[in-house]
Design a protein. Sequence first.
Length: 123
Amino acid sequence: MQSPDLLLLDEPTNHLDLEGIIWLEKFLPKEAPSYLLVSHDRFFLQNMINRTIEINPVYPGGLFAIDGTYEKFLELKESFLKGQSSRNAPSPQKRAENSTGCADLPKREHPSQNLGSKTLMNF
């Protein structure tokens, strides 16, 4: 039997105790030189990965790929998303042009404030 070229792991730590997770963290680098890992276990990801790819339509091409630790991925992802939101945010001038706030509406006076040429009728 040969070693696999690629090992696919879907949530491998879900049913493992701490001892099993530690064993897996030691086993993978020695026995599976290439593996694709799907996990919500952030500590396991931080210890085991050297490349992260997130699939999400918010990214150009639908992918965001980073070489490095999971922590580095989170930092670069946050930076990217902040840059996207600031780039997509309207400028102060555009906000003023597109605003529908009360400040942009013509001021209306209360009827008691402007009786000048109006005729009041009582029925």
